[in-house]
Design a binder for this molecule. Structure first.
Ligand SMILES: Nc1nc2c(ncn2[C@@H]2O[C@H](COP(=O)(O)OP(=O)(O)OP(=O)(O)O)[C@@H](O)[C@H]2O)c(=O)[nH]1
Ligand SMILES: [Mg+2]
Length: 462
């Protein structure tokens, strides 16, 4: 299935570092590197020995010295792509790496597309699509928990669960199909009840796979948390305190923050994208109004809202407008800030409005209550995503997988619904649809356009 070209890419980050790697994969990989690699051991009859590290240097076609390198030759099929692979360990610098990349292209390789090494690993059957996506998740993981989820995907946990669900569907369909092919042998009443209980069991398995999926996805993709409030309550100060850096401009003039400002942090293993927003109030200033629209849209997209009120200021209509912003499906934390100043805000107003929440009191300037705010946010995230630990939850960690399993479950639901009402051919077709759909996770029933889309999200060189 793979094309026959030999691909090459810089596989380490492009920057200054101890070691950089240029990697080649394909049938010409050895010959291409042998043209430019100079090494004393080259005359030995067993050169190049598999997975042996050769010291030498690279020269271009005008015999100019390029770099001192260590090169390993890994013959197919026991490699990442199942093709011949060569890795050139060189000095890591942008120009050093680029000049080696240019050299291997001159020698006959072509530049790899993003994710093409992993795509070849998939096309050659070394890994399935769920494992290929786990590779991507591993690279992009922004917390330890995200790494754990990706590692489980990489070891094929999702693959095994999906395959067993598909096998279950096949074995349920077998008697159905036999009754179509040999109707004379099935003149007795069809055994509806065992198919019914089998379908229910299969639906139960798919539902189990979806449990905890949202939490896994949160670990993998991160959680958007928006800080909202009227102007000057200390939103930017709280963002800075949480991020422990002077990320946002803080000023006594209300309306300081005009644009959305993002910072990244970790809360209880959840990678958080913390968004500071412009203070929301009625205004005629067109620029401020645009900023406020952005604030409202950031609040709308957030999974968790940190709603900030100024303890040193009396409750006002502007606070009233903030208090109605969060939706029932979002997490919410209510903060009274500026508790180091004389308090004019009556906290009862908030307690009555949010009887089920504990209200966090902070002073962003003095650093009071920041740990409590973090703990409250972590507890709220656990509440949203379910507090079960990661090892108990399944390995579904992407919206793509979630949608596929949900769709497959719908097909099985349909099969169950029409079981005693419609011809068995319809039941069987719905089961076939569920089986096909699940194949999109492993890559068994996936089209080229979808494959291209998935692999285009990879970085170059992977
Ligand atoms: N005393 C005291 N002052 C605070 C506290 N938090 C913020 N401030 C001050 O309040 C002013 C406004 O703070 P910001 O963090 O800029 O407030 P903001 O909510 O981001 O304001 P806008 O961006 O204008 O909406 C600044 O002068 C801060 O130093 C606090 O806990 N205690
Ligand atoms: Mg601000």
């Amino acid at each position: 299935m793979t094309d026959n070209e030999t691909i090459a890419a810089i596989s380490t980050p492009l920057g200054e570092g101890g070691i950089g790697i240029v990697r080649l994969s394909g049938p010409e990989a050895f010959r291409i590197v042998e043209k430019i690699f100079y090494c004393q051991k080259k005359e030995q009859p067993d050169f190049p020995r598999p997975r042996y590290l050769y010291y030498g240097h690279l020269k271009d076609f005008r015999s100019s010295f390029i770099d001192e390198v260590l090169v390993s030759f890994m013959p197919a099929p026991h490699t990442y792509t199942r093709e011949d692979i060569v890795e050139i360990n060189c000095h890591s610098g942008i120009f050093a790496l680029r000049s080696i990349q240019k050299l291997v292209l001159e020698a006959g390789a072509r530049t790899a597309e993003p994710g093409e090494f992993t795509k070849r690993a998939f096309l050659s059957g070394r890994i399935d699509l769920s494992q290929a996506e786990a590779v991507l998740n591993m690279i992009k993981a922004r917390s330890e928990e995200a790494v754990k989820v990706a590692a489980r995907g990489l070891q094929g946990e999702l693959l095994r669960k999906v395959e067993s669900a598909r096998e279950q569907i096949i074995s349920l369909r077998a008697p159905l199909e036999a009754s179509f092919d040999y109707p004379e042998e099935f003149d007795e009443e069809f055994d509806y009840s065992s198919l019914e209980s089998g379908l229910k069991e299969a639906i139960g398995h798919l539902e189990d796979m979806l449990k905890g999926a949202e939490k896994n996805r949160a670990y993998q993709e991160g959680v958007a948390v928006a800080i909202i409030g009227k102007p000057n309550v200390g939103k930017s100060s709280l963002l800075n305190a949480l991020l422990q850096q002077q990320r946002a401009i803080v000023h006594e003039v209300p309306g300081t923050t005009r644009d959305l400002l993002e910072g990244y942090m970790n809360l209880g293993g959840y990678p958080i994208k913390l968004v500071d927003t412009a203070g929301i109030q009625k205004t005629c200033d067109p620029v401020e109004r645009q900023g406020i629209e952005l604030s409202r849209s950031a609040a709308g997209q957030a999974r968790l809202i940190i709603m900030v009120f100024d303890g040193s200021d009396e409750w006002s209509q502007a606070d009233e407008e903030i208090a109605v912003i969060s939706r029932a499906d979002q997490g919410l934390i209510v903060v009274i800030n500026k508790t180091d100043l004389e308090q004019k805000l009556n906290p009862e107003i908030l307690r009555e409005r949010y009887p089920e929440l504990s209200i966090v009191e902070t002073s962003a300037v003095k650093g009071y209550g920041i740990k409590e705010l973090e703990a409250a946010a972590t507890a709220e995230l656990d509440r949203i995503y379910g507090a079960e630990t990661i090892s108990e939850s399944p390995v579904v960690a992407s919206i793509r997988h979630e949608e596929i399993i949900t769709r497959a479950r719908e097909y099985l639901d349909n099969a169950l619904a029409v079981l005693r009402e419609q011809p068995l051919e319809i039941v069987s077709m719905e089961m076939q649809n569920a089986w096909d759909k699940l194949g999109e996770i492993t890559g068994d029933t996936v089209n080229d356009a979808l494959l291209d889309k998935i692999f285009s999200e990879f970085c170059l060189g992977k």
